[in-house]
Design a protein around this ligand. Structure first.
Ligand code: NOJ
Length: 735
């Protein structure tokens, strides 16, 4: 539709209709058989609210959404199409590994391709917008939603944010192209830092820390053209983001120039009352629209109050018009006025969803994102020798994580299937060993799983131990339950359940060649696992093709590609522990003599168990010293930093070469080092190649004492190596 016609449409809409555009309800309320009693009535919605609501969330399927769209448009006074939104977080039905694993791939180009596939599937099934990516930087693995983040590096998170948005929206951001969906960057801002890692808790972050660490991925998402942004539902420094005008209007729209649609988080507008900043739903609606929330997701505050707030003069109609204009513009960008189905159809769905190309890409992504943390000569497995696969994850199809809301578990490849379908199962045996949980109850979205103690508990264990004794090598597939991570799933003890550890100990007592495969939605405390395992492989929650991708790596068909993107703590007492922390006046040198008045713990180490950037492969790599094209750099200039990397191992593998910068002196205290570049080099045994990086002025920029973003003159060190601990560095001065 031409802009002029869209303006005309807006002018012709009644206030009630305009408010409707700003209301989002769950798709279930608009189904043909929906009756406005039950949940809709409980939520305080009337049939009219649903008739005028501008968008729905949470359901998918081409036929289902087409029917809703047809009925809705016919009944709508201006026949404006409905926007269909949902959480497509790491795939629609072909689930890729969870975002934390995708971050660990250190390969934005592969992530972009994967999210292009996710978009194609979701669009074919009738969706227009996904509530993704979550670009919240994270440091506390007790928080269950670290599974949705890319990790602790602002730079890496920013690259992944761009990759996600390009994947969903296409390089040119032309949303009308069939097979594309609009992105919604979330959550703005600081949701990734709930105090004590407890879900929905407030966050306390200085402006400096927000700018240095938490904003870069958000800025990258906005610059990449994210169509929507979701303000966070927690409070930041005492003010709920939903009602924080300085965050939404001044920072997001003003400083960062975001022009798209903002959508509250689920019932966040209404929660302003519980947070104690609004007296009632009416005041909540007023605060939210004044702060800048365009769409109210699933609280009745806008639906019930906005019209009256405008009519009584408490809220300017201009604010409603601006919000509705942005919403209509998004619908228009998606081409919905011409094709309200956005190219979706049951045929397109059949062609696209779970197609061979997507499944193959998901399988490759598993290998490229799983992290080999330890390998004392046991991997890859020898298919000629007997391997016992033991553990609750051997046959589990529950490996996609709690956000895979559209998956059908039947589509998931288990570890046993991965091994046998690869034709590797001849010398493999499979045993459950134990359940994933015992004597525990876990809750999800409308699901509850209760685990007791199986009657044959001892027998399962005994059988597993016997198999371990007979085998050359044991693969133990252990981990958290999928409902122990994700939203509303913070944990105080981030360990593998005790009875699974008992299995590990008993197996390791009869066979030291134990490969532990850890399924988890977060970096767990693996200290004890480390003690009993000869190798540790972490696929996190690997998605639909998990079993096949893991089998590829176990048997050496592919080399493991993942690198730690969120430090694995030595123990919970260290949390938060991350590689890019600030320099201190009293640094601790673990290699030095006993020191007291330094920054350290008396009882535990400072360093995490597995640091940022770390990950083994089946190759073995050496690095030449860093070469710099000069030792000085002037304003606007670029230096070149390079190393020669050689695979001295016996197998082909991909090395993820990482560049870190350290600002030796500045007007503000700087991180000890920061990731600023990475390159994937695939090298055959004996092969050498150069990794060349440009060191630009942009990379040197920091927030100075006056709040300016600039490069300050002084000394810098460039490090290039396999992980964040590398000492392979060279210095230069910026003039
Ligand atoms: C709550 C979550 O915080 C948000 O990320 C998600 O998109 C919405 N629920 C909708 O499901």
């Amino acid at each position: 539709m031409r802009e002029q016609d869209l303006r005309e449409l807006l002018r012709s809409m009644s206030l009630e209709e305009k408010v409707g555009q700003m209301v989002q309800v769950t798709g279930a309320f608009l189904e043909e058989d929906a009756v406005i009693t039950g949940p809709a009535a409980d939520a305080g919605l009337t049939a009219d609210d649903c008739r005028l609501a501008g968008s729905i969330l949470g359901i998918a399927g081409a036929k289902r959404l087409r029917e809703i769209q047809d009925r809705y448009m016919e009944a709508h006074p201006h026949h404006i199409p409905l926007l269909m939104m949902a959480d497509v977080i790491h795939g629609y039905k072909t689930e890729f590994p969870i975002p934390l694993a995708l971050g660990a791939s250190f390969r934005p180009e592969a992530v972009e391709r994967a999210m292009g596939m996710a978009a194609a599937e979701a669009a074919s099934a009738g969706l227009h917008v996904t509530f993704s990516p979550m670009t919240d930087l994270v440091r506390d693995p007790r928080w269950g939603r670290v599974l949705e983040s890319f990790g602790e590096s602002p730079w890496l998170d920013a690259r992944m944010a761009e990759a996600y948005i390009r994947g969903y929206q296409g390089e040119d951001n032309d949303l009308a192209v069939p097979g594309r969906i609009a992105a919604c960057d979330k959550h703005f801002v600081g949701y990734g830092a709930p105090v004590a890692g407890r879900e929905y808790n407030h966050s306390e972050l200085s402006e400096h820390t927000i700018r240095e660490y938490y904003l870069p991925p958000k800025i990258a998402a906005i610059q990449a053209g994210t169509a929507c942004v979701m303000p966070a539902f927690q409070s930041l420094n005492g003010i709920p983001c939903t009602a924080y005008g300085k965050i939404q209007r001044d920072l997001l729209r003003g400083d960062l120039g975001f022009e798209g649609v903002t959508i509250s988080d689920w019932s966040a507008v209404g929660e302003l009352v519980a947070q104690g900043v609004a007296e009632d739903a009416r005041e909540a609606a007023k605060l939210a629209i004044q702060a800048g929330v365009d769409i109210d997701m699933m609280s009745v505050c806008y639906a019930r109050n906005l019209k009256d707030l405008v009519e009584s003069g408490e809220v300017e109609e201009r604010l409603v018009d601006e919000a509705v204009w942005r919403i209509l513009t998004l619908k228009n960008r998606l081409g919905l006025f011409e094709d309200p189905y956005h190219g979706s159809s049951p045929e397109a769905e059949r062609r696209t969803v779970l197609c061979r190309e997507h499944r193959e890409a998901a399988r490759e992504m598993v290998a490229d994102s799983l992290i080999l943390l330890k390998n004392e000569g046991v991997l890859p497995l020898n298919p000629e020798k007997k391997t016992a696969f033991i553990g609750p994850y051997v046959d589990s199809r529950d490996t996609c994580g709690s956000w895979a809301i559209f998956q059908d578990r039947a589509d998931t490849v288990t570890l046993r299937e991965g091994v046998t379908e690869c034709g590797l199962g001849e010398n493999a045996e499979f045993f459950q060993g134990c359940q994933v949980l015992e004597n525990t109850r876990v809750l999800g979205f409308g699901v509850e799983e209760v685990f007791g103690e199986p009657e044959n508990r001892e027998e399962l264990l005994r059988e597993a131990v016997e198999a371990a004794r007979r085998a050359d090598t044991v693969v133990l597939a252990l981990g958290e339950h999928t409902l122990q991570s994700g939203e509303a799933s913070s944990r105080g003890e981030i360990v593998i359940p005790a009875h699974q550890m008992e299995l590990l100990r008993r197996v390791a007592a009869v066979n030291p060649r134990v490969v532990t495969v850890v399924y988890a939605g977060r970096p767990l405390d693996l200290r004890e696992v480390e003690r009993y395992s000869a190798a540790i492989l972490v696929p996190f929650l690997p998605g639909t093709m998990g079993g096949a991708g893991i089998a590829d790596v176990l048997y050496g068909r592919r080399s493991p590609g993942g690198r730690v993107s969120m430090s694995f703590p030595w123990g919970t007492g260290q949390i938060p522990v991350y590689h890019n922390d600030y320099s201190t006046g009293r640094p601790y040198d673990p290699a030095g003599a006993e020191q007291k008045f330094v920054s350290r713990y008396l009882d535990i180490p400072n360093e995490p168990l597995y640091p940022f950037g770390f990950g083994l492969t089946y190759g073995s790599f050496t690095y030449s010293p860093v070469r710099l094209s000069g030792d000085e750099m002037g304003a606007g200039e670029t230096l070149t930093a390079s190393v020669t990397v050689t695979n001295t191992g016996a197998m082909e593998a991909t090395e993820k070469v990482q560049l870190y910068l350290r600002d030796e002196k500045a007007t503000t205290v700087r991180p000890r080092r920061e990731l600023k570049g990475m390159k994937a080099l695939r090298l055959k045994p004996g092969e050498s190649r150069e990794a060349v990086f440009a060191v630009t002025e942009e990379m040197l920029k920091i927030w100075d004492r006056e709040g300016r973003f600039l490069a300050e003159p002084g000394a810098f060190t460039v490090y290039i190596g396999p992980d964040s601990r590398t000492e392979n560095g060279a210095g230069f001065r910026y003039r």
